[in-house]
Design a protein around this ligand. Structure first.
Ligand code: CA
Length: 226
């Protein structure tokens, strides 16, 4: 999935306004109407930033933010909370839930865009949609991989796998975590499949001598050593 901003808002009018405002600023948008749908989308790949409405049917925005923060893969995912509530105590509650910024409805499109940009800068998310670790560079917009500045062909699953590793250098993932993040929780795939694709990924990196960067963590899974 290309880099995107995930909007979680139940009111169609506001969703449309958010979509219009944010896509004009040059970001791709994915929309969810409720927290449950948002969590399913997160399984398919992390967005660069999330905008969550506080008042949602079912699980509310605060509980959604807390649940996202409790998953260490998403512990640094930038989150802006959107709400009609403006009281100080509510702001404190949303910051306690791990929200990075807070925008009160009705919002000014210009202010929202400025806050998104500021937050992406602050949290170090690449605005040009590039990841770069140890001589390996991924262009997430065009889905291209460069190793030592030379373009290298890579399959879509290997690309997603490498992207996950590059986003979390030195972090060890077990096979089920890799399955969840790369293939999604709703898909049934055997854990052996992970090994097959890690082998393919190493093959992609081998000609440039970078295959050793994907390390096997004995008894656990894999990590990218930077
Ligand atoms: Ca709402």
């Amino acid at each position: 999935m290309a880099p995107y901003i995930l909007i979680v808002e139940d009111e169609p009018d506001i969703r449309e306004l958010l979509n219009f405002t944010i896509s004009r600023a040059g970001y791709d948008i994915v929309e969810a109407e409720n927290a449950e749908d948002a969590l399913k989308l997160l399984d398919r790949g992390a967005p660069e930033l999330m905008i969550i409405d506080w008042m949602l049917p079912g699980m509310d925005g605060i509980d959604l933010a807390k649940q996202i923060r409790s998953d260490d893969i998403f512990s640094k995912l930038p989150i802006i909370m959107l709400t009609a509530r403006g009281e100080e105590i509510d702001k404190l509650r949303s910051f306690e839930a791990g929200v990075d910024d807070y925008v009160t409805k009705p919002f000014s499109p210009k202010e929202l865009t400025a806050r998104i940009k500021a937050l992406l800068r602050r949290t170090g998310q690449p605005e040009n949609h590039e990841l770069s670790v140890a001589g390996i560079k991924m262009d997430l917009t065009s889905h291209r991989l460069f190793v030592n500045d030379k373009e290298v062909a890579i399959g879509p699953t290997e690309f997603k796998l490498l992207e996950l590793f590059m986003r979390h250098p030195n972090r060890a993932f077990d096979r089920s975590q890799l399955l969840d993040r790369v293939w999604g929780r709703s898909v049934y795939v055997e854990e052996r499949t992970v090994d097959v694709h890690v082998l393919r990924l190493r093959k992609v990196l081998k000609p440039s001598g970078r295959d050793h960067i994907i390390e096997t963590v004995r008894g656990l899974g894999y990590r990218l050593a930077s």
